[in-house]
Design a protein around this ligand. Structure first.
Ligand SMILES: Nc1ncnc2c1ncn2[C@@H]1O[C@H](COP(=O)(O)OP(=O)(O)OP(=O)(O)O)[C@@H](O)[C@H]1O
Length: 774
């Protein structure tokens, strides 16, 4: 029976293969025809349009002709792009036409429909029956959500209920069924076992064939304004997020483009790690960035901006610094939504007085003084908001600049510069003038006028920069303005938020700002203040914001992102047990996210099954954290993690190098020696490099994630995974503070198949449970 079924199924696959190849052949032919057409149109574009600008009627006709030709070209290009897309999809289907099937009898009918699922849909020869359904089609959710029995799915026009009579999974490679099995549970363990048992890849994989029911809830959620996903390490948060992007692009095709979706990643390397998932599914990548990149883009050169990793290095390694406690308090204080209120209070006072301006300088002279700008600003009606008043000031300044530029033309420097014009510039200026003068009644033969015009051009050119700076509101002194926030010992904006450690925080912040440094914890408050003063630079085109490793963002940052992307729905994916930033130690979990949007608009999905690591590793690591017993390991066996003591550093390095060699011999694709900090990573790398050829050191600037053996600081290993993890030095001297528990946990949970922990002298207390068992 089994064999018979398999033969039947193989026959169907064979038929599909024939069809796919036929369609491919046809498509390749038509698409190459289209390409030739396009090349032709482009080449002959100007020959095929009639251009005549003699009079208005002729000009209008010329414009219409141009427009028509451009439209023909755009239409052909569109069809060509579509054909190319289709070819890509067919090439993928040629490898694996589908991976699943459900048989379904819709209520009220007796017909059993066979629904095959693949990464894209395909119709039969008649063009009216689906041979394969896209995994994102409404009917496909049957496969992810139900086992055989009563089942339903939701379509845009309502729910459809019925009975699922069969659920089957296939592994098909190059048109051959390698294996197939009918499943009772949601998505059979067998296929998952097979997928998860494999070696790691330098690139994250699509999980389309084995999406789990609770992951499907995340992928297809359309209702929530804010979707919070709290999931254990390795529970598939990132995977589900990427599948969700693909789903949204399918569901809203035509109205949603890939560049209207933004993913905030934990580090630049992570971008390369996830970059192939969407193309693999036949979709374009969303925009990927890091919060730091956004900050850099906004803050520019105004300050030396600290990055989150430098902050992390400080919090992990500078406990001896006398300012350490103050800095930690400062980080925590500035991350809270209550500090937003402080900034708001402060900005409110600026409506009355205290806004600071920079003089507009030209050739070392103050053209318009800061005092004059201030006076003008405060002469405007208080009923206008600060940003509106600033707009008015900018308009006034532009007019002033026009007036001043006229005076400037008579100055000696203009004359000097005129003499320095080289011949080409002179001719260019002369021709420009000619062109402009053509339409005036005077003839162009007056030397004096020519000189005037040249002077105007020179001054205009030099004033361009001033005008552009005014338009960008650079005349507002936001840097000093931010410093002022901390300058007064007792300021009205703090009345409600006085803290005992405020004095120390104030002093430390001023020290940092006076050095021109904007710390990571100050960057968002600074931008918030700047935006409140100058008007928010909102991005209204972004419709979906994905924030991975959401536990690493402060409430302040979340509120800020909400304001910057007002039209976006937010999907925040995180794990409280992996909170590694000092600001996260507030202990209130995702609560700050809870009030970002109203209760009605917020949904939370919890993932507890962990897929990344073997059962042995999950059991080992879940003992390190509170509530770890709730994490359910996926049933995949592997070796027990090891804990090894080393007598001294030499032995430590010898042991680790030996382990790396062993793992390499076993064929591990990726091996990571995880250290606590960048500094420890450098030490480890230097000691191990000679014995481990090809080993690489990962630093915060690293942008590509590759297979092989690497040494990596713990916080950069966030979000990624390795076949084997070697924890470099889990001694109690390295991981001692309670606040480092989650960092240690994060590092250990990067392991898929093997975990080996080494330590010098005393092991960290976070290992005590694991050791007690031994
Ligand atoms: N449904 C699934 N089918 C197959 N593999 C899965 C599935 N869900 C997750 N995985 C695999 O589990 C591993 C971990 O997934 P992912 O990185 O998405 O988890 P995460 O929750 O983001 O982890 P972390 O928070 O620890 O970074 C990946 O190798 C992923 O391919």
């Amino acid at each position: 029976m089994q064999d018979e079924q398999r033969m039947e199924e193989q026959k169907r696959v064979d038929r599909m293969m024939r069809l796919i190849r036929e369609q491919l052949g046809k498509l390749l032919q038509t698409s190459s025809g289209m390409r030739e057409d396009i090349v032709d149109i482009r080449k002959n574009f100007w020959d095929d349009v009639t251009l005549n600008f003699e009079d208005a009627a002729e000009s209008a006709e010329s414009a219409a002709s141009l427009k028509q030709q451009a439209e023909v070209l755009a239409e052909r290009e569109h069809s060509h792009r579509h054909a190319v897309q289709q070819v890509k999809l067919l090439r993928k289907l040629e490898q694996t036409p589908y991976f699943g099937r459900v048989d379904f009898i819709e209520e009220g009918t007796s017909e059993e429909e066979q629904i095959y699922l693949g990464i894209g849909s395909m119709l039969d020869e008649s063009g009216s029956n689906y041979l394969v359904y896209d995994w994102r089609a409404p009917v496909s959710s049957l496969y992810y959500d139900y086992s055989p029995g009563p089942a339903k799915y939701v379509t845009p026009s309502g729910s459809i209920t019925g009975e699922m009579t069969l659920k089957r999974q296939y592994v098909i490679r190059r048109g051959q069924i390698i294996s197939m099995f009918d499943t009772g549970v949601t998505i059979g363990d067998e296929l998952l076992q097979e997928v998860l048992g494999k070696q790691s890849d330098a690139q994250m994989k699509s999980i389309v064939a084995t999406i789990q029911r609770e992951q499907n809830q995340i992928i297809r959620n359309e209702r929530a304004r804010l979707l919070i996903v709290q999931g254990a390490a390795g529970s598939g948060k990132t995977s589900a997020a990427l599948q969700r992007v693909a789903y949204l692009l399918y569901r809203y095709r035509g109205s949603l483009q890939a560049d209207q979706i933004v993913l905030f990643s934990p580090n630049p390397m992570f971008n390369s790690y996830v970059a192939t998932v969407l193309p693999e599914l036949g979709e374009q990548n969303m925009q990927q960035t890091t919060y730091q990149q956004y900050l850099e883009h906004r803050i520019g050169q105004s300050f030396a901006l600290e990055d989150p990793f430098a902050q992390m290095e400080y919090t992990l390694g500078s406990m001896d610094d006398p300012d350490y406690e103050t800095r930690i308090a400062s980080i925590r204080h500035k991350s809270g939504a209550s500090f937003m209120k402080v900034v708001e209070n402060y900005v409110e006072t600026l409506g009355e007085s205290g806004l600071l301006f920079k003089s507009i300088k030209f050739r070392g002279r103050k053209l318009i003084t800061a005092e004059a700008i201030e006076q003008h600003f405060y002469s405007l009606a208080r009923t206008y908001t600060i940003p509106n008043r600033l707009k008015m000031v900018a308009e006034w300044l532009l007019k002033e600049l026009t007036r001043l530029s006229k005076e400037e033309r008579k100055k000696q420097w203009v004359e000097d510069e005129m003499e320095l014009l080289d011949k080409e510039e002179y001719i260019h200026a002369f021709n420009e003038l000619r062109r402009k003068e053509r339409y005036t009644s005077d003839s162009f033969d007056d030397f004096g006028r020519e000189k005037d015009m040249l002077a105007t051009m020179i001054v205009q050119e030099r004033f361009k920069r001033l005008r552009s700076r005014v338009k960008k509101l650079r005349f507002v002194d936001t840097q000093t303005l931010y410093r002022r926030l901390y300058e007064k010992e007792q300021a009205s904006w703090f009345v409600e938020d006085r803290r005992s450690d405020w004095e120390a925080i104030r002093r430390l912040t001023l020290e940092q700002l006076n050095r021109g440094v904007l710390t990571y914890e100050d960057a968002t408050p600074y931008l918030y203040m700047k935006d409140l003063v100058e008007g928010f630079q909102m991005n209204t085109s972004v419709r979906h914001l994905f924030i991975d490793e959401a536990q690493d963002y402060s409430p302040f940052q979340f509120h800020y992102m909400k304001r910057v992307f007002p039209m976006a729905k937010m999907t925040a994916l995180g794990d409280l047990n992996q909170s590694i930033f000092a600001h996260a130690a507030l202990g209130n979990g995702f609560d700050p996210l809870g009030d970002l949007y109203s209760k009605d608009e917020t949904e939370t999905i919890v993932l507890t099954r962990s897929y990344r690591s073997t059962k042995q590793i999950v059991e080992f690591t879940s003992k390190m954290i509170e509530g770890g017993s709730r994490i359910v390991p996926f049933n995949r066996d592997g070796d027990e993690p090891t804990i090894t003591a080393a007598a001294d550093e030499d032995e430590l390095h010898a042991l680790i190098a030996g382990r790396i060699r062993l793992l390499q011999e076993e064929g591990a694709n990726s091996i990571a020696v995880i250290c606590k900090t960048a500094e420890e990573s450098r030490t480890a790398f230097e000691a191990l490099e000679a014995g481990c050829p090809g080993m690489r050191l990962i630093e915060k600037e690293t942008v590509t994630f590759e297979n092989g053996t690497v040494v990596i600081p713990s916080y950069l290993a966030k979000g990624v995974e390795f076949d084997a993890v070697i924890l470099y030095n889990a001694s109690s001297r390295v991981y001692k503070q309670e606040s480092e528990r989650k960092l240690f946990y994060t590092a250990c949970t990067r392991a898929m198949h093997e975990l080996h922990v080494y330590y010098l002298s005393e092991p960290t207390p976070f290992l005590s449970q694991a050791l007690a068992k031994k």
